[in-house]
Design a protein around this ligand. Sequence first.
Ligand SMILES: *Cc1c(COP(=O)(O)O)cnc(C)c1O
Length: 406
Amino acid sequence: MAGRNFLFVPGPTNVPDRVLRAMTVAMEDHRSPIFPELSRACLNGLKPVFKTATASPIIFPSSGTGCWEAALTNCLNPGDKVLASRFGQFSHLWIDMCTRLGFDVEILDTPWGEGAPVERYLASLSADKQHKIKAVLVCQNETATGVTSDVAAIRQAMDSVQHPALLFVDAVSALASIDFRMDEWAVDVCVSGSQKGLMLPAGMGLTCVSQKALAAAKSATSRRCYFDYGDMVTANASGYFPYTPSIPMLYGLRESLAMLAEEGLDNVFHRHSYLAGGVRAAVFDGWRLKLCANAAKWHSDTVSAIMVPEGIQGAEVIARAFKRYNLALGAGLSKVSGKLFRIGHLGDLNELMLLGAIAGAEMAMLDVGVKVEPGSGVAAAQNYWRSHPAERATQSPAAAKAGIAA
Ligand SMILES: *Cc1c(COP(=O)(O)O)cnc(C)c1O
């Protein structure tokens, strides 16, 4: 098919040309004396992205799922109790992994379309007087339903009852696109991956581990080997890895970190929220459809899960978009299979790229019988973007000094 494929699944995301070029390298000796320059640039460059000064970023040659497993097997003892909520396919899969690895999960089942139920976390934590719960799991951005949860509120709930459990956060589809704060929220393990906000191919698990979690890992007796934090942190201290790292991925990561630093993380977050606003305008004001996220407080700035009307299969929209318009949309997973399609709006993206996706989704919907007004989604997104600032409001240096908002 002529022209380019429009990749609008919520991961893998578009890899910028700059990153692709940076990855086209000859292989080299990963034990050479100059190799630590590359690994240190990556590991140190990740700290501001996780917003940490004290925790250790760790890179595994895996996908995000490997970092889920690493968090559990490094920090917990066999059979330990963990507290987790389930409101979509990804929060479900992490819970499923806990069960398969033999941990005892207290599951807070929550309607798909809502986020982490802070009050219910609080109730379980305050009832746990003997501190049997060793880890609290939260999925910051549920990619299956387009729902973002309030991680800071979960931390506050833990602190309010002085619960000592570790806090594990899945930020796979949030990191480098929605604000995440390792130190401020006292997160113990942040789990992420390369193929979403970090604009890289899949194949690199990126995680960040607090000093408290590293201390827990020293005595935790769950079996692990390949994903051992201790081996990694020891080798990383001298700029090396315990086994062969993917060298092109490290060059790609260094470049994507440079791009994020050049744009500025706050501008990156603003761009995601601004672009998401246009997609939501297309859904609500243009198409008059609903999102799976059932209240504005849950709206995700990285992925929108759009409910198709009764009698239409989401999969038909997706198949039509792919075959006829060369547009890849995300599918409905598990419980919401067939009920929705997803537009990923994270990573290397601007308004006109998204207008292509909105126009394509609109044509595909019309083709399979969804009664949307032709052009309505595109027009609503255009109106939104034309009437909202693309740039984040910044303070003039003089105003900032005087403490006055611009
Ligand atoms: C993509 C994703 C994962 C899984 O990551 P893989 O890299 O596919 O292993 C986990 N959690 C969330 C929220 C995701 O979006």
